[in-house]
Design a protein around this ligand. Structure first.
Ligand code: GTP
Ligand code: MG
Length: 242
């Protein structure tokens, strides 16, 4: 289907069931097709909660969330999730080999596609350095990957899906800055027609975004480019100078 990947939040509130206080309050913004949007904010400000609404891991409590003008509640859940790939904050790999882990959810992908995704995720090189390469076992009885290596496998898995909407939740936090820079440059080319929302802590990564949302205590405190926020947002300046 011809999905462009526009995302729109309209006065969205969200409260986890069983809890009293909303974690997201009156969230409104539009993320245009192909745009790279960053979300920043202190721990507990609601970043993960916000992005988890997009594939409907949770439903909005009030307000509207639309993709290409269609309310996500009206979309078929499988179709919705087929166009979205999320690299979660906590990497989820299983016992099995590296190839199986990258192909999880995209079992029909070719070797070339897997390797392309792994190259952009800056995982191909370290995978090839293992004696068993892509058939290296992970988990029990297998190799222990570093946190940054796990994140890169997880990113390769998401890229292999060739999503219309890619969501990265602090997905390169454990990757060194040089490697992160390479990933960023690769992603820019690879994601030409992909809408990308990412949560990040490092200013070098954040400032690459077309626009940045500053989340504070469940509310949007500011939204704009790096330059605009440096002028207008004290919270953003604090992040920059920290
Ligand atoms: P960091 O990942 O630490 O940077 O924080 P974040 O900005 O991603 O915040 P997150 O969305 O995870 O949490 C926002 C608020 O929601 C916090 O007060 C959390 O305690 C709360 N919260 C997160 N997950 C759950 C959940 O599954 N159930 C409930 N009841 N509360 C949650
Ligand atoms: Mg989070």
């Amino acid at each position: 289907k011809n999905i462009k990947g526009k995302i729109e939040f309209k006065n969205v509130d969200f409260t986890y069931s069983g809890s009293l206080n909303p974690v997201l309050k009156n969230i409104s913004f539009v993320c245009n097709p192909g745009e790279m949007l960053a979300i920043v904010g202190s721990t507990g400000s609601g970043k993960t909660s916000l992005i988890n609404l997009i594939p409907r891991f949770y439903d909005v409590t009030s307000g509207e969330l639309k993709i290409d003008e269609i309310n996500v509640n009206m979309m078929n859940l499988k179709e919705l999730r087929d166009i979205i790939a999320i690299v979660p904050q906590k990497t989820m790999l299983f016992s099995g080999n590296i190839l199986e882990n990258i192909k999880w959810g995209n079992e029909n992908a070719s070797v070339e596609e897997v390797q392309d995704a792994a190259k952009i995720a800056q995982a191909h090189e370290f995978i090839m350095s293992f004696p068993e390469k892509y058939t290296t076992q992970l988990g029990q009885g297998g190799v222990n990957l570093s946190g940054g290596q796990k994140q890169r496998i997880s990113l390769a898995r998401a890229l292999l899906k060739k999503p219309k909407i890619l969501i990265l939740d602090d997905s390169t936090s454990a990757v060194d800055m040089t490697t992160e820079g390479k990933i960023r440059r690769g992603l820019k080319l690879y994601l030409k027609n992909t809408t990308c929302i990412f949560i990040a802590q490092r200013i070098t990564t954040i400032r690459e975004a077309n626009r940045i949302i500053v989340l504070d205590n469940g509310m949007i405190s500011a939204i704009g480019t790096h330059e605009e926020l440096m002028k207008n947002s004290d919270i953003y300046k604090d992040i920059y100078y920290s």
